[in-house]
Ligand binder design. Sequence first.
Ligand SMILES: [Zn+2]
Ligand SMILES: [Zn+2]
Length: 138
Amino acid sequence: MTTDANITEHHGRCYCGRVDYTVAGPLRDVVDCHCERCRRITGHHIAATQIERDKLSLNESSTLKWFHPDDDPNVGYGFCANCGSSLFWRESDDCERWSICAGTLDHPTGMKTSLILFADEAADYHRLDPNVEQLATE
Ligand SMILES: [Zn+2]
Ligand SMILES: [Zn+2]
């Protein structure tokens, strides 16, 4: 059976295209993080896959900026300074794995959502999917 999980290269970009990337290899399923920080920074929640840094090629990154929260300055949220798209998340500047905001990938992604983090901090208007495993905190 052929499934989208067999796709070995994926392309993604921010809305305006000034940040553009290619990812090699299959993508991990999507994890949603509903913590207050991710909610406010992205405007809803982070829904991200994750890959090893050396599997990610930045084709264009002239407007890629990193936001470091005051209370957790090692953590970086990568976004496009031109269009504002949320693109990446990483635990530290030199960590070996980057999270990729799933909505920036071209379709088909071949992924499904497999885990919900910080379910207890999810926006009160949002209905969490009862069929996806939920953790109250990370
Ligand atoms: Zn952009
Ligand atoms: Zn979060």
